[in-house]
Design a protein around this ligand. Sequence first.
Ligand SMILES: Cc1ncc(COP(=O)(O)OP(=O)(O)O)c(N)n1
Ligand SMILES: Cc1nc(C(=O)O)sc1CCOP(=O)(O)O
Ligand SMILES: [Mg+2]
Length: 206
Amino acid sequence: MKFQKNMLRKYFIMGSQNCHRDPREILQEAAAAGITAFQFREKGKHSLKGAAKVELAKDLKAICHDFQIPFIINDDVDLAKQLDADGIHVGQDDQPVEVVRKQFPNKIIGLSISTNKELNHSPLEIVDYIGAGPIFATNTKEDAKKAVGLEWIQNLKKQHPSLPIVAIGGINTTNAQEVIQAGADGVSFITAITETNHILQAVQRL
Ligand SMILES: Cc1ncc(COP(=O)(O)OP(=O)(O)O)c(N)n1
Ligand SMILES: Cc1nc(C(=O)O)sc1CCOP(=O)(O)O
Ligand SMILES: [Mg+2]
């Protein structure tokens, strides 16, 4: 699947550890409601491992493809290869993005950026988009860095006007609009969907 900036507009991220019910049901509802991309982030204390992780990933990929939404895998390069995912998202402490690009010349590749130093030392020309954040405080990622705020998105956009940017961290139905107004091409979110009882409404508002 070829990357397009508008895929970043409503980018849902999830793993089974984020869910109070079957992740398949949650993704199905979010996809029907209009998310534009999905990242499988099976990570942390209560996450699935081994065959159970692979089985869930396969099911979630099939749902994404039913809705023609890109299926992106967080961190796990081997799983991305095994499942022929549409893309992979890596952070500063994961496999170097140069290595990932060599392995996947045609897949969507996203890279996390949390500071100006990371921005200035990353090979931005070989990634399709950056995940910028945390914009606001978040409890979802244990090792999240300091919140960067909306001005940082404005600065990023000024410095790199054509670099696709998806904002992440503490984004919900009430603050998503100001994130877009600050210059992000889209918003990514976990708990805005996994902690709501009204997925359709939440996705529409986001
Ligand atoms: C879209 C998006 N942006 C940032 C991240 C964070 O990636 P990373 O820093 O590697 O942290 P983990 O998610 O792996 O804990 C992301 N996953 N997606
Ligand atoms: C996975 C992730 N990465 C972040 C980063 O800043 O790189 S913040 C984050 C968690 C986002 O979850 P929520 O939408 O529930 O705040
Ligand atoms: Mg990572």
